[in-house]
Design a protein around this ligand. Structure first.
Ligand SMILES: Nc1ncnc2c1ncn2[C@@H]1O[C@H](COP(=O)(O)OP(=O)(O)O)[C@@H](O)[C@H]1O
Ligand SMILES: [Mg+2]
Length: 270
């Protein structure tokens, strides 16, 4: 089967920058544009995609990994939103490190399911744990989420540096969240870009920005995606802009995607 599914890993150095909300709302925006999306909660330590959606799935990625359920059994269709979620259990420390044999078993079970979707988003935990690295290296596209805070910039740089040193990864897209303006977002991006270019000789690509939006906090409290709770709020418009950029990126990558699996380990890792 020729692959047309774009897998996107959402990463951040620091926690609490907005990865899970971004995952969720991009899926809503893509659903509205008639694309099929799967969200995988890859934060195997502190999973919370289910909480933000107000759903209580029975199975999860870990039960599937332990062989207690099949992938199909733990796929959760979010009826109201029109996308699927592969939830994870929270607070299961033994699975925060994904061993290569477990990874390969997971991949062989996941791959046939992933082909049904146009987009697969992986919502990763913060930081640079082994599991984060493993998932980040499997995706076709890596999106690093930053905020204008200095600590976010330094932590993101550290994350990019580790992934570059260890896996030779060179392509990173950057989303600037919680900004007051496009100018502020661009300035934050330029700082990260400057450091990456100077020290690592690589050029992260600006994917876009999301404004600070108090409606987003309200949506979180109501356990609803912002795009449903406040579809015309400032950040809702930003989400739609970013979703349309992702559509363009996927179109441009179709030839390349056709030659790989949805999630593919790098040659050096095999
Ligand atoms: N654009 C935004 N505007 C306002 N608040 C935001 C925005 N993005 C994120 N937040 C706040 O940050 C919190 C953490 O977001 P979350 O998606 O859970 O982050 P992460 O998954 O990176 O840990 C949210 O609950 C919300 O209060
Ligand atoms: Mg999160």
């Amino acid at each position: 089967m020729v692959n047309t599914t774009l897998s996107v890993a959402l990463l951040s150095g620091k926690g609490g920058v907005g990865k899970t909300n971004i995952t969720l709302n991009l899926a809503c925006a893509l659903h509205d544009a008639n694309f099929k999306t799967l969200l995988i909660d890859c934060d195997l330590g502190l999973a919370n995609l289910d909480v933000l959606l107000g759903i209580t799935p029975e199975g999860n990625l870990q039960t599937a990994l332990l062989g207690e359920a099949g992938i199909e059994d733990v796929l959760y269709h979010v009826k109201d939103e029109g996308f699927d979620v592969l939830p994870a259990a929270s607070g299961v420390p033994e699975l925060t490190e994904l061993q290569p044999e477990i990874r390969d078993m997971l991949l062989s079970r996941l791959e046939p399911v992933l082909h049904r979707y146009d987009y697969v988003f992986m919502d990763l935990g913060a930081g640079i744990s082994g599991t984060v690295q493993t998932f980040a290296a499997l995706a076709s596209v890596r999106v690093v989420v930053i905020t204008p805070e200095p600590t976010s910039l330094t932590d993101s740089y550290a994350l990019i540096k580790v992934l570059n040193n260890k896996y030779g990864l060179r392509d990173f897209k950057v989303l600037v969240n919680q900004t007051s303006s496009k100018t502020e977002a661009k300035a934050s991006f330029e700082k990260l870009h400057g450091a990456c270019q100077h020290f690592l000789h690589l050029d992260p690509v600006y994917l876009g920005h999301l404004r600070n939006d108090k409606k987003l906090t309200e949506a979180v409290c109501r356990q609803q995606p912002l795009l449903r709770y406040a579809p015309t709020s400032p950040s809702a418009l930003d989400f739609r802009t970013i979703a349309s950029r992702l559509q363009q990126i996927r179109l441009n990558m179709l030839d390349w995607l056709g030659q790989r699996s949805v999630l593919q380990p790098l040659p050096a890792e095999r």
